[in-house]
Ligand binder design. Structure first.
Ligand code: NAP
Ligand code: ZN
Length: 358
């Protein structure tokens, strides 16, 4: 009998959301055979990105259920194809948000596979063979070696996992938009998974970093534990007023619809606001303060494979990992509920290998 494209030879087991309730439950599926260019990876840890929650709940309207989320994957290589010389069995590796692209277009040739019109995402995409991609909330994953990262030895595999998405998502715009000049003032809006890593990377670049938050309870941690220089509460108008026109750059990581006017107001002349958060509805953009202050608003989407490796090596050098709450797979639905309420310090990471029992 012919094997359906969804029935590959490598058996896999994970947790999937089946509908917009977003509730995840055990899910059996299969992965393709390890081909010449592939690496098969036993998943050890997987971070829980807010994008996983957006997808599980179909916030953006293009979830293709069942969805196995997870794109902050650290694991161990268990098989390599004949064309793979960069990795060997037993290597510790990472997989981020993308597992494929056309490899031919101008953006791919510039190591910007993340902007390739045919990017294949780690989950909720279709691979070249038209089968669905499933993410890292699962025991194994098969990935073309071009999209696999060397995971530095001195980075903890659990606390380092969130770098594969959260880390590169804040590192890449800082490099691209020239937001790394030592002594300059960076604002980080939203102190969640992306935000707290932006604070650490900003400090490693020698910036003065101010957290801009809606959560009063995070003030102490932002300054004492994460190393921010100061903390601004969006609901404190007096403090906000005092900080107007003081920031050179802002990275906006807020996941929900929010006002941009206060953020633009915090920028100096020529200041730059880069949004990486992906609310499910458009934000209102006030034009007058942009025009009158020659300010720039931009966006950025993760980063290419080469730059992701550069970011991992940078974080290894500067001892940057995520502050995590390590969880078992069967806690994932509670973790998602807490993530929706910004109640996580500061990234959930699933201990996949020790909690996924068939
Ligand atoms: P997260 O851990 O939930 O952090 C988001 C933070 O936004 C929260 O901790 C909270 O910070 C703030 N926030 C949430 N709801 C808010 C509201 N209603 N009003 C004001 N502030 C609010 O999420 P994450 O994993 O860092 O992801 C953040 C966003 O980036 C998501 O939309 C995600 O999909 C997106 N993302 C984009 C890319 C990309 O490539 N561009 C990559 C990964 C993720 P405070 O408590 O400090 O206010
Ligand atoms: Zn992510």
């Amino acid at each position: 009998m012919a094997i359906s494209p969804e029935e590959h030879p490598q058996k896999a087991f994970g947790w999937a959301a089946r509908d917009s309730s977003g509730i995840l439950s055990p899910f059996r599926f299969s992965r393709r055979e390890n081909a010449d260019d592939d690496v098969t990876i036993k998943v050890l840890y997987c971070g829980v990105c807010h994008s996983d929650l957006h997808f599980a709940k179909n916030d953006w309207g293009f979830t293709n259920y069942p969805v196995v989320p997870g794109h902050e994957i650290v694991g161990v290589v268990t098989k390599t194809g004949n064309n793979v010389d960069k990795f060997k069995v037993g290597d510790r590796v990472g997989v981020g948000v993308i597992v494929g692209s056309c490899m031919k277009c101008e953006t791919c040739q510039q190591d910007l596979e993340n902007y390739c019109p045919r990017t294949i995402f780690t989950y909720n995409s279709h691979y070249h063979d038209q089968t669905k991609t499933y993410g890292g909330y699962s025991d194994i994953i098969v990935v073309h070696h071009r999209y696999v990262l060397r995971f530095p030895d001195n980075l903890a595999p659990d606390a380092g996992a969130p770098l594969l998405c959260a880390g590169i998502t804040v590192y890449s715009p800082m490099k691209y938009y020239g937001m790394t000049e030592p002594g300059k003032h960076l604002g980080v809006a939203g102190l969640g998974g992306l935000g707290h890593i932006a604070v650490k990377i900003g400090k490693a670049f020698g910036l003065k970093v101010t957290v801009i938050s809606s959560s009063p309870a995070k003030e102490d941690e932002a300054t004492r534990r994460l190393g921010a220089d100061s903390f601004l509460l969006l609901s404190d108008p007096a403090k906000l007023k005092g900080a107007m026109g003081t920031m050179d750059y802002i990275i906006d990581t807020v996941s929900a619809v929010h006002a941009l006017a206060p953020l633009i107001g915090l920028l100096k002349l020529n200041g730059k606001l880069v949004t990486v958060g992906l609310p499910n509805k458009p934000l209102e953009l006030p034009i007058f303060p942009l025009v009158l202050g020659r300010k720039l608003v931009g966006g950025s989407d993760i980063g290419g494979v080469k730059e992701t490796q550069e970011m991992l090596d940078f974080c290894a050098k500067h001892n940057i990992t995520s502050d995590i709450e390590l969880i078992h797979m069967d806690y994932i639905n509670t973790a998602m509920e807490r993530l929706a309420k910004s109640d996580v310090r500061y990234r959930f990471v699933i201990d996949v290998a020790s909690s996924l029992t068939q």
